[in-house]
Design a protein around this ligand. Structure first.
Ligand SMILES: Cc1cc2nc3c(=O)[nH]c(=O)nc-3n(C[C@H](O)[C@H](O)[C@H](O)COP(=O)(O)OP(=O)(O)OC[C@H]3O[C@@H](n4cnc5c(N)ncnc54)[C@H](O)[C@@H]3O)c2cc1C
Length: 429
């Protein structure tokens, strides 16, 4: 039977999906490969600069942050980790350097720089301390940008001015029953005349201990499902808002992560950010941008860990030579360095797409997913390469390892990024 089939006397039944095109037909042109961004064409003509070629402004911010981080943050890192407390001088330093309002327009007291500059700042800070980088990241990529995009002129004048100069903001979406499924949130806001009354609770709220402003996602009508979710600007001293005890975390210990409760918290309707019922859109949009920031945080901390480890490997002698000279280790080092470079290019490219007004959702998820994965791998390898001393608190690599793990969890766990990437691919073919 088999021989007959091979001789063509009995046609072979080939179980091939009908959608599979034969090799003779030209390949389908994907929507994604038609994008102007991929062709390197911008409104201003072809743009061919390498991703690591920065503008003067970007270079200046990168160098300033590097100096600030090395001189003013590095000496405090281990104490802040030990005490689970961010030093006030670090917070003040971030404001003084203009790093809490990087994209905020100068008329509101901000730095008036680019999104890409924020990404470079987050990366440089994370090389020294990932908790400080997270403080800068959330303020710039989520809090400030939500108000810049959706705030009224009055809200911008009040809040952007404060956020650029003195006030920390917190983003309050997650709840005990609403993590990856964020829009299952139960916190509600009931309208009473010209104000709303918020009741409910939030979990995992970063910077809550130090925040002066909370951007709170609450549902104004649960019958509308996620289309009832609305964003409220809530001042810290509002009656009925309680900040709970900070979580005792494995990593990012200097960053406070607290639960919040809202007991009949009265918020004037003038404190609604943007449109009623558009909170879910704002959350999706801001988290898309925020993911590029988290990717930069993960890249920075992985690079910082690597930078601490390689010099040690070049000094440590075993079997009469530097451990860096063993080819078994050299190949691992080369592999990790290549992964760091790949993550950097993914992140920079996504930031450039965002700035160019192109679609960047898939790329942001790829950058966040990949940078988080390689941060875990890099920091784990660095501990191994340093041997026993890498496992102690006398050297900073174990802290980088602890700080890295959260990258695969917050602002969308790795599986959620993979879901997004797959959804995008589904629409491209
Ligand atoms: C340090 C820290 C800081 C945070 N800061 C903030 C903040 O400032 N504001 C805020 O609102 N939130 C914050 N979060 C919350 C964070 O965004 C959530 O932890 C995150 O969204 C995951 O939710 P979860 O912890 O409930 O995990 P779950 O949603 O319970 O997920 C558990 C596991 O299930 C997997 N999973 C879930 N759904 C799916 C699916 N559909 N397909 C496949 N796998 C799935 C996940 O990938 C994960 O591995 C923070 C969290 C931490 C740890």
């Amino acid at each position: 039977m088999l021989v007959e089939a091979l001789q063509g006397e009995v046609p072979l039944r080939r179980h091939v999906p009908t959608c599979l095109s034969s090799w003779k037909t030209p390949p389908r042109v994907l929507k994604s490969s038609q994008s102007a961004a991929l062709l390197g064409v911008t409104d201003h003509g072809p743009s061919c600069a390498a991703l690591q070629m920065f503008t003067e402004e970007e270079m200046m911010i990168k160098n300033t942050v590097k100096k600030f981080a090395q001189e003013q943050i590095a000496p405090l890192v281990s104490t802040m980790d030990e005490n689970s407390k961010m030093e006030e001088s670090v917070i003040q330093g971030l404001f003084q350097q203009g790093l809490m309002g990087i994209e905020i327009e100068t008329k509101y007291g901000g730095t008036g720089a680019s999104f890409f500059s924020s990404i470079l700042a987050i990366e440089e800070l994370a090389k020294v301390d990932a908790s400080v980088a997270l403080l800068c990241d959330l303020q710039n990529t989520i809090i400030n940008n939500l108000i810049r995009k959706h705030g009224t002129e009055e809200q911008k004048a009040t809040y952007l001015t404060e956020l650029a100069t003195e006030k920390i903001g917190s983003f309050c979406l997650s709840e005990a029953g609403a993590g990856s499924d964020a829009f299952a949130l139960k916190t509600r806001a009931d309208k009473k005349g010209n104000y709303y009354v918020i009741n409910g609770s939030k979990m995992w709220i970063t910077n809550a201990e130090y925040a002066g402003l909370f951007l709170v996602m609450a549902n104004i009508n649960s019958d509308l499902g996620y289309k009832g979710i609305t964003c409220f600007l809530v001042d810290r001293d509002t009656e009925g808002l309680h900040v709970g005890k900070a979580e005792n975390k494995m990593g990012l210990r200097a960053s406070s992560t607290c639960p919040l409760t809202f007991e009949n918290v009265k918020v004037p309707e003038t404190n609604i950010l943007g449109q009623i019922g558009h909170g879910y859109k704002y959350a999706i949009g801001s988290l898309n941008e925020g993911r590029i920031g988290i990717a930069a945080q993960m890249l920075g901390l992985a690079q910082g860990c690597f930078d601490h480890t390689i010099p040690y490997m070049k000094e440590r002698i075993q079997f009469g030579k530097r451990i860096f000279d063993f080819q078994g280790l050299q190949h691992q080092v080369a592999q990790v360095a290549t992964q760091l470079e790949a993550a950097r290019l993914l992140i920079y490219n996504t930031a450039r797409l965002l700035e160019g007004g192109k679609s960047f959702m898939k790329e942001a998820s790829m950058a966040k997913y990949y940078a988080s994965e390689i941060a875990g791998l890099t920091t784990s390898k660095c501990i191994e390469w340093m041997g026993g001393v890498g496992y102690t608190k006398d050297f900073p690599v174990e802290k980088y390892f602890r700080d890295a793990k959260v990258g695969t969890i917050y602002e969308g766990a790795s599986n959620i990024q993979l879901n997004t990437i797959a959804k995008c691919i589904d629409t491209e073919y």
